[in-house]
Design a protein around this ligand. Sequence first.
Ligand SMILES: Cc1cc2nc3c(=O)[nH]c(=O)nc-3n(C[C@H](O)[C@H](O)[C@H](O)COP(=O)(O)O)c2cc1C
Length: 276
Amino acid sequence: MKNTQETAQFRYAEEIDMGNSGNTPELLSSMIARGSCRSFTGQEVSPELINLLCAAALAAPTKSDLQQRDIILVRDADAKAKLISLVETQSWVSKAPNIAVFCGNNSRQRKIHEMREHEFANDHLDAFFNAAVDAGIALSAFVTAAEVLGLGCCPISAVRNEAAVVSELLGLPDYIFPVAGLAFGHPVAEAPAISMRLPLSATVHEDRYSATGVEDVITTYDRQRAALQPYDNQREKAKFGSTDNYCWSEDKSRQYALPERQGFGEFVRNKGFKLS
Ligand SMILES: Cc1cc2nc3c(=O)[nH]c(=O)nc-3n(C[C@H](O)[C@H](O)[C@H](O)COP(=O)(O)O)c2cc1C
């Protein structure tokens, strides 16, 4: 088993001075060694433990204390089956014992304005953005809490592929929108696979953003990652062919060479948001 220093070095493919990482608190070690889980035992997480995770998640920072995020626990068997059918390209989701959907919620804020008879004078892109960020922060906190307890999680942005249908299924009114689903449960594997990341030396900046040498950084990362964690499959071979040099940047650029969720802006506008 790797210690935290070794885990970080593997993940970022560079040595990082983290001080005396022999004393790293368990939470931080868990965060550095974490990985998404897509394979679960059938055992459901108990309602009490889910309450604990929700309490941890919703204690996370929230923009201006506005608390513009909610969690929908999808427990009803029919609703769960419908949600799973909406993300059927991701077959692993059907075996997830627990599914939640993290939503941005700007509806409550608008209700408060009605109640207190103050104009809502910030009806622009920021209203959507703040709620989306709050939901993402809560999702991240939930995942961190679950993973430190040994549970496995994987977010599901695919719920936004059919945002209007998911919204209908979950009864989301105007100004409330799904940000991501989350599958969670007891993992089958003992330890998650650690997926390599771009080095901190390229993604953490001092004082000013710098993109100096970014192409070299990507090429090096591609090479290191392909050597240690090669992709099992090449994406969209029929369209792009196959290559001996398949790597992260090839995979990510193939992914975003194809249109995805083009109707999402319209969905958000239909929810009432002005995105100007
Ligand atoms: C907002 C968000 C949405 C995601 N959606 C999906 C998804 O729909 N399907 C999936 O398999 N993984 C999804 N993931 C997981 C990422 O693919 C995963 O975090 C990434 O590949 C890095 O792997 P790791 O989490 O194991 O380090 C999502 C992650 C985030 C943060």
